[in-house]
Design a protein. Structure first.
Length: 255
């Protein structure tokens, strides 16, 4: 079944499998939607391909946009593009996964996926104006290492991580509520603690999402749409970790 949880500051639909779902999936070997090793591997390969594509699109946009505007002597357009992309990203974050999963078109999900990646890239381009590219490169490597280790753990572990995912969702909701309260309290210590808690939560979500990926074939959706769905969820994990890691890497290099 599909329910909602909050990840990275945006509402992203997540797939949870309860006992009834698992029992129904295993009830009959004749179920045409039952997961198989080959279909699971194919879905994983497609998901990782789309994930890499999203990272390349966002990374190219983040690095290229500021230099393009400077070369065109149109830097005054940056803030308008930034705000417009933020609005697009906010709207898509609420609806993109539902549109992708339910779409009967082969083109529309890809277009939405590309637009979503571009919007993220525009937002991330602001970091290009703040941090050296070398520092961003180090942060990208660290993010990739964390993402890879947690992803392998989640994908290879034999037990379900759904209970762990529910715990992470509750921690995230609690941290967000506290952060809202802290707007009025303005405690830098609380803000620092919340930042690390949210980072740890999203790192945990990487393992949970990869664990879900292995069992996504149980759902009755087009495999390409499922791959896009999971790629977007994993991309949000990756982007959030990068955004949190980058200031830490920058501070350590200054010291």
């Amino acid at each position: 079944m599909v329910i909602m949880d909050l990840k990275g500051g945006f509402f992203m639909p997540q797939v949870y499998f309860d006992n009834n779902d698992n029992n129904q999936a295993a009830a009959s070997s004749h179920n045409p939607f039952a997961a198989s090793a080959s279909s699971s591997a194919s879905l994983t390969a497609k998901t990782m391909l789309y994930l890499c594509l999203a990272i390349l699109i966002s990374g190219g946009t983040a690095v290229g946009l500021p230099y393009l505007l400077i070369a065109a002597n149109a830097t005054e357009l940056f803030y308008g593009i930034f705000i417009g992309s933020a609005i697009v990203l906010l709207v898509l974050s609420f609806i993109i996964n539902f549109l992708i999963l339910r779409s009967q078109s082969k083109v529309v999900p890809i277009i939405l996926f590309v637009i979503y990646s571009l919007a993220w890239g525009v937002l991330l381009s602001s970091f290009t104006l703040i941090y050296p590219l070398e520092t961003m490169g180090y942060a990208l490597l660290v993010t990739g290492a964390i993402f890879g280790v947690m992803g392998l753990f989640g994908y290879l572990t034999k037990r379900s991580l759904e209970g762990f995912g529910a715990t992470l969702a509750m921690l995230m909701f609690g941290a967000i509520i506290i952060s809202i309260i802290n707007i009025f309290v303005a405690s830098s210590t609380v803000d620092w603690i919340i930042s690390y808690v949210l980072l740890a939560v999203v790192i945990g979500f990487v393992a949970v999402d990869f664990n879900r990926l292995r069992r996504m074939n149980e759902l009755r959706f087009n495999q390409t749409n499922l791959a896009l769905f999971m790629a977007i969820n994993l991309y949000v994990d990756f982007a959030y970790i990068f955004v949190r890691i980058l200031p830490l890497i920058a501070a350590s290099r200054r010291n």
